[in-house]
Design a protein around this ligand. Structure first.
Ligand SMILES: [Zn+2]
Length: 127
């Protein structure tokens, strides 16, 4: 028997863990606790956050600030060679090899660098 350690998932399993009330795409950006809520980027009309229940590492959700009744949002799920192996097929288990906090830090640094880059596409010298 092999063991996979995923202690970060305990926060989602324990019954005393408060579950989000209402629409997460409205409540989480309003809390202004971006790192804790894994909000990576705030645009003028939309924001980008990590999915707490990712299909794959770096699974992003992009949503408008304005509430849309159908909870409209887009998913961006990165894929790469080797991201799927025997585990989902044989064991019905998806292995996520990196903590959400680590993915958040990497993507935040990359997005901040892009934002600060003078060569950012679509941004002229006047900003
Ligand atoms: Zn909403």
């Amino acid at each position: 028997m092999e063991h996979l350690w995923a202690p970060w998932r305990m926060a989602y399993i324990e019954p005393q863990t408060p579950q989000p009330q209402g629409c997460i795409f409205c409540t989480l950006p309003a809390e202004h606790r971006d790192a804790e809520n894994y909000i990576l980027y705030r645009g003028t009309l939309c924001f980008m956050m990590l999915n707490r229940y990712p299909y794959n590492n770096g699974h992003l959700m992009i949503a408008p600030y304005q509430h849309v009744p159908s909870i409209m949002h887009m998913h961006v799920v990165p894929r790469w060679y080797g991201d799927t192996n025997f585990m989902p097929v044989i064991a019905d288990t998806k292995v996520l090899p990196e903590l959400l906090s680590s993915v958040y830090e990497k993507l935040k640094r990359a997005l901040d660098a892009l934002r600060d880059s003078p060569t950012e596409p679509g941004v002229d010298a006047a900003g």
